[in-house]
Design a protein around this ligand. Sequence first.
Ligand code: KIV
Ligand code: ZN
Length: 527
Amino acid sequence: MGRWSLGTRVAYVSDINSSVRGALRLPDRARVFDTTLRDGEQTPGVSLTPEEKIEIAMTLDELGVDVIEAGFPITSKGETQSVREIAKAVKEIEGSTKAEICALARSTPKDIDIAVDAGVDSVHIFIATSPLHREYKLRMSKEEVLERAVRAVEYAKSRGVKVEFSAEDATRTEVDFLIEVFKAVEEAGADRVDIPDTVGVMSPPAMRALVGRVVDELGIPVSVHCHNDFGLAVANSLAGVEAGAQQAHVTINGIGERAGNASLEQFVTALKFLYGVETGVDLSKLRSVSELVEKFTGIQVPPNAPIIGDNAFSHESGIHVHGVLGHPGTYEPLSPEVVGMRRRIVLGKHTGRHAVEQAVKQLGYDVSKEELDLIVQRVKELGDKGVKVTERRFSKIVAEVVGGRPGARLMEVPEWTVVTGSSITPSAWVRVRLRGEERRSAGWGVGPVDAIANALKSIEGMPEFRLIRFKLNAVSRGTEAVGEVYVRVESNGVAAEGFGLSDDIVDASIEALVDALNKVMTLENGN
Ligand code: KIV
Ligand code: ZN
């Protein structure tokens, strides 16, 4: 079984993967061209503000992608401005990996000028080459398309930027004509060419054959850009790399036109663990970047999404939980921490006492044998009734069983006060029990929850934390509605979620913060 050591973390994959590598044209390192801010933003219903785009760009730079396609400047003044600000912001980050900032342009001087004037390092020039596009969209002959492409590349090069050239709908273009166009743009000075599978109509063997031919004919790096219409975007991108492509266009969470583009997180993780090919991407940041893009785009990541989906490292009760508790490799191809995730044990009627005990510990509780018996019984009763024992329900069961017994959790907030109003700065006072010791503290903030968080942060011995997600839902109607709060906090690279339920939203927020901070402390303690 293949085993990669990453400190104490490991991945367990099939040895057959490495035994077939000799037949592939794999690079030592593959380049990642991220188009979340361009093709990703073309996802129906998605529109990002310039501030959101800048934050995503900075995060992508930190993630370690090679190219950030910041946008399509000709589309609007706002888009041009965003591209300009991204180019400026990324260049100004200290200690950044400094990704190449790129902008999309059609094969016209006007598009190219707007992109170059926005301060980008490279332009991604495209023109459609397939018969369908030539006849019904461009109304151009092959000769006209070729001439346009060459003139555009020459012009962009004369403006002193790098050029990547895409033949839109390449995979439905006559192969000889496609190669003729690519050779002509290479001669005109293009630095890279890209093969877009614009409507996702390739199979992996077809992709391998096409990319292999293009690579054989050219002397410059070849990239692929795969759409997911048949669910094959990642497989086709990998097939491209197998055939000698040195780069792939990808998006965070696989967002993009129609069914989306190849997902960055799946592509880079498969490359590393199934093909032994490195990228510059820091895998441990994948989940947090995915969450940021999910938050800004409003496109929810399905729970069963590979690598970063909520269920990707969750195990239901029974044989799998038993196996994973014995050795995680039994039902996990890689350790969740490698991609910034954590293992979750989902409880049910088949769950054993040991699994329940582990889950109780992960919540930051220290329970007696009798309390544990009661919790196991309550979990089984719910399971028997066919009720799913979610993390929230389980937290509630444990809280009910220990009944607020002092010292049951690493950290508790037995007392708090918040003062707020339209003409004062919200302030909070808290009494905290931290690892058995009483502490008191006060804090100010932009709102009551911020004030509470600041009061907690200033307590000695409290983990340094950052609130990265806060969601409040009313679970009943009217002004007396019960509020349900979900938070996600991060502390020294460890992230945890917390839930709170109360008819007072500040109380629910505190409950959620306490829940998440207990989990953080438990994870930091190595449980
Ligand atoms: O899918 C596609 O063809 C594109 C081009 C602009 C490269 O996104
Ligand atoms: Zn595309």
